[in-house]
Write a protein that binds this ligand. Structure first.
Ligand code: MTE
Ligand code: LUZ
Ligand code: MOS
Length: 756
């Protein structure tokens, strides 16, 4: 089945926030953000701005009706700055005017007099100053101290991975509409309608039941709208409450880039020990996460870094410590992989360093240490591992030996172009690491014409979750998918939703849809049994028809539904699903936090132009563990998109803040993202088909985030290509590997040409 939005997208008919027809009297908002990254506000001068044509009113913290607080995990983030500012772009005031242009013009007339304080942008400096968002956390397995003496080879080093701009095509925004009796509907471009509802409730002082947060779809979220859609929704809702008029705010791209947080940059120190057989005996790592100025989701991201610190490997002795460091950047936030990629980069760097030191292929170390079923993760869970299956299949299917030979012979023959190859195994845990979030609800109505309406807490953001929900309903009822409509997500229809995140949306909401539909099917079978004078056990619904003992009866789905209605049998159901078996004890840092893990292996091949430092990614060849894919076409799209986004993070996307905390890469001319020309010439995706009872919907496996981490292989393949040209290059583990960095590395002083 195709993605149900694909035709609408292609024709430009899909409705995004900015496509909602405006109500008469709609006003437009624009925020004035702090011009300084750290300081005390002396004076905020709104007088010129208030005189600007079209300005209706300017709001500040004084206008907050409830509490001036939007922090989700920790209440450390005011919506409007009161006395202090902590990052450039932190909202100080909101102008509401008769047009978008008038609001933006007036913002330019606001003057803020701010006493500057020292600005910290480096997480290591923040940690040294004791500026931590939460106390550090440590995961332990075995005893690393004792283990070092068992090691034949020990390597140590430092890594740095930069941030990443989400660059969803649809920028952040919200549109608040006043309804009667002090209730408000907010159309929000959010992954988390309930989080928006809570934030709006806090700021406006209205109860949650007065707030309908509605989402039809997003033009991408990628984690950037898991927590950070709250600000814009709270701003317009507050203005709407005061003015009793509809208020809209859709951010211009530059404002979105400046005012919102990104993927967390990390700086890390590692120490890795191997025995003489290249078995990893011990691993120690310290992660310094650049959280930005407020907690946002950083503590949860930090946790996932620890959970994925050993990637696909079994390491018997591990000590992993993580610090969430407060700096004066916009609060960094969720981004596809949610701290996992940052953790995995470090273990891959440690293995690469060991391989470079021993002058062997990293793949030898990687393969020897892949985790097996029954192996223990540092957090206590035992693996049901497909790590070997994926790796072995990738080696066989893509003929890894031949690929290596091709790379070597190319490098022998060419002096000014070099190829590099790297393997990238991935193991990603599925479930929100916060156990309580692993719940979902669905509401299913069957109408008397046989059509079906499904509502869940899932938000469609391009990943195809609505198509999968539709498949679940159509399959369970065994009816034509054209009869099923997935409704816009709304907090008045489905309450207390978890964010559409953690790749688990189809699993959680799909299970709830399955439960609701199964319940209705049970009732319908009873009705059919009564109508047809046979025990319910003999009834089957198949392809829109009623069967008895395997034979068609002539009774259609629509007739059955009508019969149920006439017999006054409920044709609606609201179901609740909570993932079983998962638990985690944060005091011991042990438990079973994940419902299951997703595995895969990628082989990445690059060609580096050694005169210019430019490169192309020739091929990414993947064996990916899909379970039993519910929708191979959508899942393939998720893998391709994830790979390209991961390659972007690792090779070209460079978020640059200067020492004053100002974003220098604030437009698409200064922030380079992958485009169609940077997509690998070949992306091969093989479906490792597993059929275990894995708690996911219809024995599929979650697919949204894991493929991003295949992109890490591009970094290490480029490293290998550089070393093929300049074997002595001392390369820091410092991503992204931009063409500039590659060029500098190619011509480092101690150049030792490998003759072509
Ligand atoms: N795919 C598209 N097209 N757009 C997106 O915003 N977000 C990713 C991934 N794939 C995203 C996407 C992220 S960060 C997550 S967590 C998952 O989709 C969320 O959806 P799922 O839980 O349904 O996989
Ligand atoms: N969001 C979250 C996530 O709140 N918890 C998670 O564990 C998570 N994992 C991945 C992406 N978003
Ligand atoms: Mo995805 S980072 O869980 O939104």
């Amino acid at each position: 089945m195709k993605h149900i939005d694909s035709a609408k997208h292609t024709r430009g008919e899909s409705i995004y926030l900015d496509d909602i027809p405006l109500l008469q009297g709609t006003l437009f908002a624009a925020a004035f953000g702090s011009p300084l990254a750290h300081g005390t506000i002396r004076r905020l001068d709104l007088s010129d701005a208030e005189q600007c044509p079209g300005v209706v009113r300017i709001f500040t913290f004084k206008d907050v009706r409830g509490e001036n607080q939007i922090g989700g995990i920790i209440p450390d983030e005011p919506l409007f700055a009161e006395n202090h500012v902590h990052f450039i772009g932190m909202p100080l005031a909101l102008v509401v005017a008769e047009s978008d242009a008038a609001a933006r013009h007036a913002v330019g007339k606001i003057k803020a007099d701010i006493d500057p304080w020292p600005v910290v942008t480096d997480p290591r400096v923040a940690q040294a100053n004791g500026e931590l968002i939460v106390p550090p956390r440590t995961f332990r397995l075995g005893d690393t101290e004792k283990a070092w003496s068992l090691c034949e080879h020990i390597v140590e080093g430092r890594t740095d991975t930069n941030g990443q701009e989400h660059l969803y095509i649809e920028t952040q925004g919200a549109y608040a509409v006043p309804l009667e009796d002090q209730t408000i509907r907010v159309y929000s471009s959010t992954q988390a309608p309930t989080a928006v509802q809570r934030a709006v409730s806090k700021i406006t002082g209205l109860a949650m039941n007065a707030l309908d947060i509605e989402v039809t779809r997003l033009g991408g979220g990628f984690g950037g709208k898991e927590d950070q859609a709250n600000v814009w929704a709270a701003l317009v809702a507050l203005a709407c409450l005061h003015l009793k008029k509809p208020v809209k705010y859709a951010l211009p791209r530059v404002d979105d880039m400046v005012m919102t947080g990104k993927r967390h940059p990390y700086s890390s120190d590692f120490k890795l020990g191997l025995d003489k057989d290249l078995r990893i005996v011990a691993y120690e790592v310290d992660f310094y996460q650049n959280a930005g100025a407020a907690a946002d989701l950083s503590p949860a991201v930090l946790e996932r870094t620890l959970f994925h610190s050993t990637n696909s490997y079994f390491i018997p002795n591990v000590r992993a410590t993580a610090y969430s460091c407060r700096t004066h950047l916009p609060p960094n936030t969720a981004f596809r992989g949610f701290g996992g990629p940052q953790g995995m980069f470090v273990i891959e760097a440690a293995i690469a360093k060991a391989a470079e030191t021993l002058n062997i292929s990293a793949a030898l170390i990687q393969k020897r240490n892949l985790q097996r079923t029954g192996d223990e993760f540092p957090y206590g869970q035992r693996a049901v591992s497909e790590a070997h299956a994926c790796w072995q299949k990738a080696e066989d299917l893509y003929d890894a030996d031949a690929l290596r030979k091709q790379v070597d012979s190319f490098n022998m023959k060419n002096a000014l172009f070099k190829k590099g190859l790297a393997f990238m195994p991935v193991c990603f845990g599925i479930s929100f690491t916060k156990t309580l979030l692993n719940q979902a609800r669905a509401q299913v109505h069957v109408y008397t014409d046989g059509s079906v309406s499904v509502s869940t807490g899932a938000v469609e953001m391009g990943q195809g979750v609505n198509t999968k929900m539709l498949q679940v309903a159509a399959t369970t009822f065994s009816i034509d998918p054209a009869l099923v409509k997935i409704q816009a997500t709304s907090t008045w229809k489905i309450a207390n939703t978890s964010p559409t995140a953690a790749s688990a949306t189809a699993d959680l909401n799909g299970k709830a849809v399955l439960m609701a539909c199964t319940e209705i099917v049970g009732r319908l079978k009873d009705v059919a049994a009564a109508e047809l004078n046979t025990p319910p056990g003999n009834i089957e619904l198949h392809n829109g028809m009623v069967y008895v003992d395997g034979s068609p009866t002539g009774m259609t789905w629509k007739q059955l539904v009508m019969a149920a209605y006439i017999r006054r049998v409920s044709l609606s159901e609201h179901a609740h699903y909570a993932t079983p078996e998962i638990h985690f004890d944060a005091a011991r840092e042990k438990g079973h936090p994940f419902s299951y893990h997703v595995y895969g292996t990628a082989i990445v091949i690059v060609t580096l132009d050694c005169l210019r430092g430019r490169y192309t990614i020739d091929a990414v060849k993947v064996v990916h563990d899909f379970g039993t894919s519910m929708n191979p076409q959508i899942d393939r799209g998720q893998i391709e998109g994830g790979i390209v986004q991961g390659i972007g993070w690792m090779t070209m996307e460079e978020v640059v803040y200067d020492e004053s905390g100002r974003l220098r890469s604030n437009t698409l001319s200064t922030y380079k993202i992958p485009d169609i020309y940077s997509v690998p010439a070949e992306i091969a995706i093989d479906f490792l088909h597993t059929d275990r009872d894995n708690l996911a919907i219809f024995r599929s496996k979650a697919v949204g985030e894991p493929p991003l981490m295949y992109g890490i292989g591009a970094y290490f393949a480029l490293r290998n290509a550089i070393h093929a040209f300049n074997a002595g290059a001392a390369l820091p583990f410092d991503a992204p590997m931009t063409p500039e960095k590659a060029l500098m590395a190619l011509y480092q002083k101690q150049v030792k040409h490998v003759a072509g």
